[in-house]
Write a protein that binds this ligand. Structure first.
Ligand code: SF4
Ligand code: SF4
Length: 502
């Protein structure tokens, strides 16, 4: 997916930056109520029918950006929410359709466009098994009451004049979790949803958004009594521009108040070592295959749609959880903020007491802007050297499988394993189906919900191909090539013992 900065991106970032500034200056209660009017008034460009509708939408977006479900608190004003921010229940579902913003896009699946030439053959009419196509005033029309959405007319038309019109949100969801409700508004079935976040990127009206913990993180950072650690996902390289080195980002995070900054790639080293041994153990016990478990959406896809193989998924925790548990073990009072490209990590963190907050790279970028930090001109640097090249390469598709292969090669057990990897939910679904049917020739399958792996996550800001190249360069500079050589990771993994398991 292209990372285009659209008007919606800019609007969302303006909200995040404003909320961050208010929180920093202790002005949230005083100023939040007037924010919708500040962002959309009669003089500013409007994207909706009137400024009142635009402000109503902005109110919902602001509630989500404050970390709350706008539906749950629909009768509460922004100022009331700001006053009670520490008492209100935080958002559990994370991804929401904003009811006022949803434009109830058309759902007539097949439509005949102006490209119709009223040809002599009228193949569309002949192809339709329900006689749903009529010719009126030199043009074909579909009687939607008769149409059964079989698509034969589209295939038959030699001019490509028939359009298959699927709502962007429905098209984006590979597990059919989004449907129009009785009022044609998009609605998410959370029983089906696997939290991939693809719908958030897809809606051109900005009607699907995820909640943030921007305010909560700034409050943690402002509290002198609280030690806050930042743990940053391996795909952070290059997210803030090719000139922003990893060391600059680390120094900036320390400047804004994080006590320590760790690479989640250290957790990835621990996970790789654990998962490699788990794989061999399971195969030796006769299990036919094992799937990876570090992408929560892939894991959720298996649990919800392929329950018959759910017990074949690795029980090793994700790198985020492994590192957070390790750090909390040594300092239980410290707070842990995961920073990454991922929306599904926000959902994973809900179930994990050792993660206190999750920010996307985009949300972190807005916090830095609100604090007046321009990373492009930043000069300070701090060395960053927690992980091996292996752990850093977890960021892109194929990285996990490759690391496990290398570990087992070192141990002389590589020949036991046939590796495969897959990325993107549609491809993951297909591969899992084949695995269930015994048609995929592998006994270890790595699955990543995002195309290209974590580098393609919905909260990333950089093109995934560029990020992959930058991650590989950074990985080459690691102190150790192999996770096995990172003795600290191996010791830490052993010291955590069963805490490495889900
Ligand atoms: S794409 Fe879906 S969520 Fe967005 S406006 Fe259209 S129907 Fe609503
Ligand atoms: S988060 Fe993913 S699974 Fe859930 S509704 Fe959106 S696209 Fe579908």
């Amino acid at each position: 997916m292209l990372n285009i900065v659209t008007e919606l991106t800019k609007l969302k970032r303006r909200i995040y930056i404003s909320l961050a500034r208010f929180t920093l200056k202790d002005q949230l209660v005083e100023k939040v109520e007037s924010l919708p009017e500040l962002l959309a008034n009669a003089d500013t460009p409007r994207y909706r029918c009137c400024e009142y509708k635009e402000q109503a939408i902005l109110k919902e977006m602001i509630k989500l950006a404050m970390g709350f479900d706008p539906e749950q608190y629909k009768n509460m004003s922004l100022i009331e929410m700001a006053k009670q921010i520490d008492q209100l229940e935080s958002d559990k579902r994370i991804i929401h359709v904003l009811s006022v913003a949803c434009d109830r896009c058309p759902i007539d699946k097949y439509m005949i466009t102006d490209a119709c030439r009223n040809c002599v053959a009228h193949s569309c009419v002949s192809a339709c098994p329900r006689n749903a196509i009529v010719i009126i005033q030199n043009r074909a029309y579909i009687d939607q009451g008769k149409c059964i959405e079989c698509g034969r007319c589209k295939v038959a038309c030699p001019f490509g004049a028939i359009l298959e019109n699927i709502r962007p949100c429905e098209r984006a969801c590979a597990v059919d979790a989004i449907k129009a409700d009785y009022s044609r508004q998009a609605s998410i079935d959370y029983e089906k949803c696997i939290g991939c976040g693809n719908c958030v990127r897809s809606c051109p009206f900005g009607a699907i958004e995820d909640s943030t913990q921007i305010i909560q993180v700034i409050k943690m950072l402002k509290d002198p009594e609280t030690k806050v650690n930042a743990i940053i996902a391996p795909s952070f390289i290059g997210q803030f521009g090719a000139k922003v080195s990893p060391g600059k980002l680390k120094a900036a995070l320390v400047e804004i108040g994080f006590s320590e900054v760790y690479e989640v790639a250290l957790g990835a080293d621990m996970v790789a070592l654990n998962e490699a041994h788990e794989l061999v153990e399971r195969l030796e016990k006769g299990q036919p295959f094992m799937t990876s478990s570090c992408c929560p959406s892939f894991l959720s896809l298996i649990q919800k749609y392929f329950p018959e193989i759910a017990d074949k998924a690795s029980t090793t925790v994700s790198p985020m959880i492994a590192l957070a548990r390790l750090l909390k073990k040594t300092d239980p009072e410290s707070k842990m903020v995961f920073i990454g490209p991922c929306i599904t990590k926000k959902i994973e963190a809900q179930k994990e007491k050792d993660i206190d907050a999750v920010l996307t790279f985009e949300e972190l970028g807005c916090i830095l802007v609100s604090m007046g930090i321009n990373l492009a001109e930043y000069e300070l640097e701090e060395e960053i050297k927690d992980a091996s090249s292996h752990g850093r390469n977890f960021a892109y598709a194929g990285g996990v499988a490759n690391v496990i292969r290398e570990i087992l090669k070192e141990e002389g057990k590589e020949n036991l394993i046939k590796f495969a990897h897959v990325d993107g939910i549609v491809n993951c679904k297909e591969a899992l189906q084949k695995l269930v049917e015994g048609k995929l020739d592998c006994n270890f399958l790595e699955g990543m919900g995002c195309e290209g792996g974590c580098v393609g996550g919905p909260g990333s800001m950089m093109n995934s191909k560029i990020t992959t190249r930058l991650v590989q360069k950074f990985a080459d500079k690691a102190r150790w090539k192999l996770a096995l050589e990172n003795k600290a990771a191996e010791e830490k993994r052993k010291s955590l013992a069963h805490a490495m398991e889900r």
